[in-house]
Design a protein around this ligand. Structure first.
Ligand code: PHE
Length: 432
């Protein structure tokens, strides 16, 4: 129901003196129902517009925009007659068809197609609405109008179908376009990492010793004072503890300063059985100021062999074999007397300089030799504390610096390269 439109229209220059008492508009479209208008002007004019049986509206002026009626007293009543929009059923059907096709032409989405299907052809749609008026038609007219109704329905239907297909196609195409893969894009490089030089060298060392019948053992990096020092014949306040400035966590717990505690841990696990033949690679920590040859974290490989008649010459033979596999066939080793609280006798082991072949160069500081490890015969007290009878068994042990060996092997001049993780440095080892 609408009641205001016309009285607004009647304002202004051609203002009516009359007022519209009542207009009855269809809720959605002027097309769906005859329009009843009651107008009363100055109490004189009364227009009651009714559609008659055939759909003809006697008062409508279908072509014009206004119907004017002289008022007594010479004034004109301007009635902008929307009554022109009161149609016969036939006209309304044709108008509906035109309107539907036109509206369908504008849209492009499947949801809109569905919306318009409901609007025009639905149970409460506009076509049904019009056809409901057929009851008022004459018996001759009814089949004609009925057929027309069907034609309109099928025209709208086929347009709906066409639009639906087009919309679906467009939607699929849009989806495909948005999900498409640009095969002309260059591929992304997959960067395959490589092993760290320290890992490479550790693995080489392991391989060599595995070849000599050793197995690999590991121990904790956070170690007790007991294993790191005491069982290695380094009691509290022993001056040799100064050789290894330590990171203490508590009085009794520290970051291990060497891999030697794994010697003891291994012997304890073996419970007096022989032979013991292990190497123990791993990280160790010392309170050093970092420079080109010192790092507060570095890596060692411990070696331990315990059994009957294990002698210094066995140590020498094992290390010579190792040095030649590691640095080349012509490599020589030499043992220099040294001191470690946990070995007796003790020796520092040098390898002939792989850079100059022993002639003397900058790397070996013109000595022809490079120091790579500390070693010795396991101290009887260490054997004893670990549960081995020193009268029956002997053993040798050594500890080498992996970083130093890697530096010698690859000609690296600064130990800090191993720990600063500069990929330009690290990726040079991808073919090693
Ligand atoms: N643990 C000693 C160090 O770190 C090396 C070593 C190991 C010496 C085994 C003798 C025997 O200096």
């Amino acid at each position: 129901m609408e009641t205001s439109t016309w009285s607004e229209r009647s304002q202004g220059e051609n203002a009516v003196t009359g007022s519209i008492l009542e207009t009855v508009f269809p809720p959605n479209s002027l097309l769906s129902r005859p329009l009843n208008v009651k107008v009363r002007g100055s109490g004189i004019i009364s227009v009651i517009n009714e559609q008659d049986e055939s759909g003809f509206c006697p008062f409508s002026n279908k072509g014009g925009t206004a119907t004017s009626r002289p008022l007594p007293g010479g004034r004109f009543f301007y009635f902008l007659m929307r009554l022109k929009e009161v149609y016969t059923v036939r006209e309304r059907l044709e108008a509906l068809k035109a309107e539907a096709l036109e509206e369908l032409e504008q849209i492009g989405q499947t949801a809109q197609v569905q919306e318009l299907r409901v609007k025009y052809l639905g149970k409460k749609g506009l076509l049904t609405e019009i056809l409901r008026g057929m009851g008022k038609l004459s018996a001759e007219e009814r089949p004609v109008i009925g057929q027309l109704g069907n034609e309109v329905r099928s025209a709208i239907e086929s347009k709906l179908e066409e639009k639906k297909e087009a919309a679906e196609r467009a939607e699929i195409e849009a989806k495909l376009a948005s999900e498409s893969i640009d095969v002309t894009l260059p591929g992304r490089m997959v960067h395959v990492g490589n092993r760290h030089p320290l890992t490479l060298v550790t693995e080489q060392i392991e391989d060599i010793f595995l070849g000599m019948g050793f197995t690999v053992a590991e121990g904790p990096e956070i170690e007790t004072d007991y294993y790191n020092f005491e069982t290695l014949n380094l009691p509290k306040n022993h001056p040799a503890r100064d050789m290894q400035d330590s990171f203490y966590i508590t009085e009794e717990i520290l970051l291990r300063t060497h891999t030697s505690p794994v010697q003891v841990r291994t012997m304890e696990k073996m419970k007096g059985k022989v032979p013991v033949k292990v190497i123990c690679p791993g990280r160790v920590y010392r309170r050093d100021n970092d420079d080109a040859t010192h790092s507060h974290v570095f890596n060692q490989v411990e070696g331990l062999m315990v059994g009957e008649n294990v002698r210094m010459s066995d140590l020498k033979g094992v290390l010579l074999n190792f040095a030649r596999q590691m640095f080349g066939e012509g490599t020589e080793i030499r043992l220099r007397p040294s001191f470690f609280p946990f070995t007796e006798p003790s020796a520092e082991v040098d390898v002939s300089c792989s850079m100059c072949g022993g002639k003397g160069c900058r790397v070996c500081k013109h000595t022809g030799w490079l120091e790579i490890l500390g070693s010795g015969m396991v101290h009887p007290r260490v054997l004893e504390m670990a549960g081995y009878d020193p009268e029956k068994y002997t053993g040798f042990a050594f500890g080498m610096g992996i970083d130093r060996i890697a530096m010698l092997k690859y000609g690296i001049d600064d130990i800090r390269h191993f720990y600063t993780n500069d990929v330009r440095f690290l990726k040079q080892f991808n073919r090693v």
